[in-house]
Design a protein around this ligand. Structure first.
Ligand SMILES: Nc1ncnc2c1ncn2[C@@H]1O[C@H](COP(=O)(O)OP(=O)(O)O)[C@@H](O)[C@H]1O
Ligand SMILES: [Mg+2]
Length: 306
């Protein structure tokens, strides 16, 4: 058993606050499971901080979200240092974080996705890249940061470009009406399908993280064929990107024209939220696995290829 575990959390991405919540919950659970835990709020000096640890950690538990922590950067650093870490490696992490590149890989694996193009922020104000309604989102962020719905009647493309603050690469994607589904994959198994129900109709940052902002229904009350297809697509997507450990696939499910409806994979999260009420722990719990057992499984499946 790995005894000394470093939990990396926080960091300096747009998802810092979410990561602190995930990291604290995982660190608490690992301590309760008997591991010796060192908590680190990652800064740009993280390589020096890790190298100075005595004793050297057996495993790094990566609870970072967003840029640097989820996009292959920290994974590459840990490979260089020869430290086993939880979740996916550098390539899978980088592919998953880039929505446009991931879309191409998913398409190659026969997984249905929404039509989408990447444009620069400046282009967003000048051309209509897709027919409305569409969704505008940063090509490389998470937690619904900067996601915006542009309706048929909206008339503010230039304003949109001006106050879109999340980088110069913008993913413009056909709006998929209907319902919101999520599937956790743990190793070689897709766990369950959760439906996320929001009152607001759009799953934004507030709906995701505010208490009572959304409700999770597991197993999702959807057509059996769609349920199985969501499990299959999540596992195929996890494998197509070469992911490791646990991931979470986000889908839209359009059953507005009747069942079994149409599934669209939005993305794979290689660093899914890890509080006890997050989607992955909830699905593990649906199978009788406690939060402590889940984080221990992650630690025992930590790897370093170097
Ligand atoms: N094409 C789309 N159609 C409808 N809703 C979307 C679409 N893209 C994103 N959304 C909404 O925005 C949320 C966040 O989008 P997602 O692609 O999962 O990015 P991230 O979670 O990385 O911010 C989704 O859960 C969904 O509610
Ligand atoms: Mg998402």
């Amino acid at each position: 058993m790995s005894s000394h575990v470093v939990v990396l959390m926080g960091g300096w991405s747009a998802e810092r606050e979410v990561s602190l919540v995930s990291g604290r919950a995982c660190a608490d659970a690992l301590e309760a499971e008997g591991y010796t835990v060192t908590r680190i709020d990652a800064g740009r000096d993280i390589a020096c901080t890790l190298a100075a640890l005595d004793p050297r950690p057996d495993v790094v538990f990566n609870a970072l979200h967003g840029r640097w922590g989820e996009d292959g950067c920290i994974q590459g650093l840990l490979e260089v240092m020869g430290l086993p870490y939880t979740h996916s490696g550098p390539l899978a992490s980088a592919l998953a974080m880039n929505k446009d590149v991931a879309k191409h890989v998913f398409a190659g694996a026969g997984i249905p996705c929404a039509e989408g193009v990447v444009v620069t922020r400046a282009m967003l104000g000048r051309t209509a890249p897709l027919e409305r309604p569409f969704v505008v989102k940063p090509n490389r962020e998470g937690s619904s940061v900067g996601v915006r719905l542009v309706l048929r009647q909206d008339n503010d493309d230039r304003l949109l470009a001006e106050d879109f603050e999340h980088g110069d690469e913008v993913m413009v994607e056909a709006y998929v009406p209907g319902r919101e589904l999520s599937v956790a994959v743990m190793g070689d198994r897709a766990l369950a399908v959760t439906e996320i129900v929001t009152d607001e109709g759009f799953y934004d940052y507030r709906a995701k993280y505010a208490p009572g902002g959304s409700r999770h229904v597991v197993p999702a009350p959807i057509h059996a064929e769609a349920y199985q297809a969501a499990l299959d697509h999540a596992l195929s997507a996890h494998r197509a990107l070469g992911c490791r450990g646990a991931t979470r696939a986000d889908f839209r499910y359009d059953d507005t024209a009747g069942e079994p409806g149409r599934l669209c994979l939005l993305e794979i999260n290689t660093q899914p939220g890890m509080t006890p009420t997050s989607l992955v722990p909830e699905q593990a719990s649906h199978h009788g696995m406690s939060f402590g057992t889940l984080v221990s499984w992650m630690v025992e499946h930590a790897r370093c290829d170097a």
